[in-house]
Design a protein around this ligand. Structure first.
Ligand code: GLA
Length: 801
């Protein structure tokens, strides 16, 4: 029997001779994808782990995303039998490899295995040296589809010969096997392995670190950036059926989410094999989201099969491009540093021809659509520069697609022009039309003007003739009443830009609609509050405190005996300090002041009832519509009294200079700041921004939220419009603003669609105390970062008095 087997083997061998010298073609036309046991489990592998991994690859969408190979790495081996045939370790794999292969195949996956060209594997198990044909035949019998072939213990062996020998053995065995050469780049396999295997390792082993090297004396392992740098100059050797392999993925093995994302992205830019190496049973949703982002995977798997390249680098940022099929490109910015970095992408800087693919970016002639692959959203076109922020150790990845010839005309609305106009000034909008072609062009520009409630009030059309390679300015001027306006500027070739402008915001009339008993209503609320003893309790938060300021969690009782909380920060050094009360945005997450900023202040950030720190006990639903039918039970009656209670707390503290209590907040916090100033004159000055909760009847006509949930509740309660707006009038900032005595500095975003500027001014224009405002023309529901400095300068003026 034994002799018969050997004779048969030799007979088949001789019959197969003409086929030798060929690897299996048609495998790995795109870089291989799968999972391998080594990076996470090393020698701790067994049948159950592999079967469970097979189940998870199918059930978690990995197979669907393209991960088809399930590969066992080192340490599956048993001994050779008396004839030299290899077997599995029977304790780890009691059902045998053939059964395991069948299980893997039953899930729609392919089965991969590992061996070594030397006498022993790197883990000290039986290698294939001298048994190449026997092993190849055994693998075929087990149903193996993939072989990773390592290079330990190969002294005096010729690498090209050794890998060709195994290639021939696999061919002889007759089952198509993907041949993954793992020789660590020691013998420059990119120069000789194209005919031998389907991929070759280019470096030593990876380990789970973004930017490190581990030195073991005789060998080293490398972090993501180190491996990336070792790929320099190798792209020309890779292509369909023969890939550079910068080693397996470490995504989900301990790096931060942004590092994992950057690692995965760069491997895709390199058209690298995507072989996962994490524990699929315990991985986080974030890990799964990274490894199954199909649009990112498509960059790796692109049918053109051309590796990306570093096109430029500066200040720790690298700019990579990868040519894709269909004349598209992947564009990636890698931030190698740990600092977040802002940069302006000037596409023309990347005007280049890639000699390997023969493709040109032609950003000067072609306009690409930009798709942000991690944000999963369309992001405009490559017309014009764009400024982006790339987080530390993170990436930005765009697909530049559907390139179309750039229009011969480009239009710019200079952003430094006016945005708010006063008195005799008429709003004027300037557009500049550039002719990029060799012929004169005539362009028709149209400006549509509407109120912020979207009522059309004017349409202006202008034609302009522009000489070749020249530009012309077009001016639109018009007279309007005080208010905020929506501008839509468009051109005959489809270009358009939308933005808001304003004229005389302080003269916008938003009549107050207060009920005659507004004052009694709030006096009663304050009197009810004064009957509740606050019972302040302070708990020191050691982990948040520093040697400069201590942080406490404060709890206290407010109206209706509701417990409310906040973070209180006070300087360690005894003394009297001004206080800054911060009121929070609608449904904002709990926020604690930085104990190292504002060292000369006491700070208190209040969470009103049901929100932020109090959210675990929230019984008010989505707050704004809680008990809308009854002004005495409406959510904001209690919440506004919480604002006063915060002032009570701060004023009760020995370390607070009670003549200098300031208040601030944005959005709902902006409204709270104004309401607190109206209801409590202990506040010395306040800086609200983008304030909410004002001018309800107009507000609800301009934007959908929170009008829709409020209207739904109105319907459910059967309230008339009059009833609804009557309740809300007690809480409307514009009705309370006349009571404010403190000086106010307000900021607003001109492009704000959440709390439109018109509603900010409804309250602001009722204030009779000293007041001023800052307009941030390009901001929506937000302020520019200089606001924090400006509001501090404003508060400081009162301290120096
Ligand atoms: C080498 C390889 C690794 C892994 C181990 C197994 O180090 O480069 O990828 O296969 O051997 O021992």
């Amino acid at each position: 029997m034994v002799r018969l087997r050997i004779i048969l083997l030799l007979a088949v061998l001789s019959l197969s001779l003409p086929l030798m010298g060929q690897k299996y073609e048609n495998l790995g036309r795109t870089p291989q994808m799968g999972w391998n046991s080594w990076n996470k489990f090393a020698s701790n592998i067994n049948e159950n782990l592999i079967k469970e991994t097979a189940d998870l690859m199918a059930s978690k969408g990995l197979l669907d995303a393209g991960y088809v190979y399930l590969n066992l790495d080192d340490c599956w081996h048993g001994e050779r039998d008396s004839l030299g045939f290899i077997s599995e370790n029977g304790e780890k794999f009691p059902s045998g490899m053939k059964a395991l292969g069948e299980y893997i195949h039953s899930k729609g996956l392919k089965f991969g295995i590992y061996s070594d060209a030397g006498c022993k594997t790197c883990g000290g198990h039986t290698g294939s040296l001298g048994h190449e044909y026997q092993d190849a035949v055994t693998y075929a019998r087990w149903g193996v589809d993939y072989l990773k072939y390592d290079w330990c213990n190969t002294k005096d062996i010729n690498p090209i010969g050794a890998y060709k020998l195994m290639r021939d053995a696999l061919r002889f065995a007759g089952r198509p096997v993907f041949f993954s050469i793992c020789e660590w780049g020691d013998n420059k396999p990119w120069l000789w392995a194209q005919e031998v295997g389907h991929s070759w390792r280019t470096t030593g082993d990876i380990f789970s670190c973004f930017d490190c090297i581990k030195d073991y004396g005789t060998w080293k392992s490398y972090g993501v950036l180190q491996i990336l740098d070792k790929q320099e100059g190798l792209r020309k050797y890779a292509g369909p059926g023969h890939w550079n392999d910068p080693d397996m993925l470490e995504v989900g093995n301990g790096m931060s989410v942004n590092e994992d994302r950057a690692h995965f992205t760069m491997w895709c830019m390199l058209a690298a094999p995507l072989i996962l190496g994490n524990d699929l049973a315990t991985m986080s949703q974030q890990t799964l989201d990274i490894i199954t982002n199909k649009e990112v995977i498509a960059i790796d798997q692109d049918s053109l099969g051309v590796q990306g390249f570093r096109a430029a680098s500066s200040d720790g940022l690298e700019f990579w491009l990868k040519p894709l099929a269909g004349k598209e490109w992947a564009f990636c910015i890698l931030n190698r540093s740990t600092d977040d970095k802002s940069c302006t992408i000037d596409w023309n800087r990347f005007n280049l021809k890639d000699s390997l693919s023969g493709m040109s970016t032609s950003f000067d002639k072609i306009s690409y659509k930009v798709r942000d692959l991690w944000v999963k959203a369309n992001a405009g076109t490559t017309d014009g520069n764009r400024t982006v922020i790339v987080r530390g150790h993170d990436v930005l990845l765009y697909r530049l697609c559907e390139g179309s010839a750039k229009s011969s005309v480009s239009i710019n609305v200079p952003l430094h022009q006016g945005w708010l106009w006063y008195g005799a000034q008429k709003p004027e909008i300037k557009a500049v039309v550039y002719n990029n072609s060799d012929k004169p062009v005539v362009e028709e520009l149209r400006l549509d003007l509407a109120t912020d409630k979207r009522e059309d009030i004017g349409k202006f059309v202008k034609r302009v003739k522009v000489a070749p390679h020249d530009s012309s300015e077009v001016m639109f001027g018009f007279g309007v009443k005080p208010g905020f306006y929506r501008v839509r500027l468009s051109a005959s070739d489809g270009w358009e830009k939308r933005f808001n402008i304003g004229y005389e915001p302080e003269r916008i009339v938003s009549p107050v609609d207060a009920q005659p008993d507004l004052r009694e209503f709030w006096d009663k609320a304050k009197s009810d509050l004064s009957k509740i003893a606050p019972d302040y309790s302070l708990t020191l938060l050691e982990d948040k405190s520093t040697d400069k300021r201590k942080v406490y969690m404060v709890k206290m009782l407010s109206l209706d005996s509701v417990v409310i909380s906040g973070y209180y920060v006070t300087p360690v050094k005894p003394g009297k300090y001004p206080a800054l009360i911060g009121y929070m945005g609608y449904g904002s997450k709990p926020w604690c002041p930085d104990p190292d900023s504002n060292p000369g202040f006491v700070e208190f950030v209040l969470s009103v009832r049901g929100q932020a720190l109090n959210e675990p006990d929230n019984k008010y639903g989505d707050w704004i519509r809680w008990n809308l039918q009854d002004r005495d039970k409406y959510y904001y009656r209690g919440a506004y009294m919480d604002l006063v209670r915060a002032v009570d707390f701060v004023a009760s503290r020995r370390e607070v200079d009670t003549l200098h209590i300031f208040a601030e907040g944005g959005s709902q916090g902006g409204a709270f700041t104004l309401a607190a100033c109206a209801l409590d004159h202990r506040i010395c000055a306040a800086a609200p921004f983008i304030p909410f909760l004002s001018d309800f009847p107009d507000y609800f006509r301009i934007v959908h939220w929170p009008a829709e949930p409020v209207f739904a509740e109105q319907k459910r309660l059967g309230l008339s419009d009059e009833g609804l707006y009557k309740t809300l009038s007690y809480f409307d900032i514009k009705n309370l603003a006349g009571w404010i005595k403190a000086p106010i500095l307000m900021a607003f975003g001109l492009q704000d669609d959440v709390c439109p500027p018109h509603t900010n001014f409804a309250g602001y224009n009722q204030i009779t105390s000293q007041k001023s405002f800052i307009c941030y023309p390009l901001k929506g529901h937000d302020v520019e970062s200089d606001w924090w400095q400006k509001r501090m300068e404003f508060f400081s003026k009162f301290l120096n008095k």
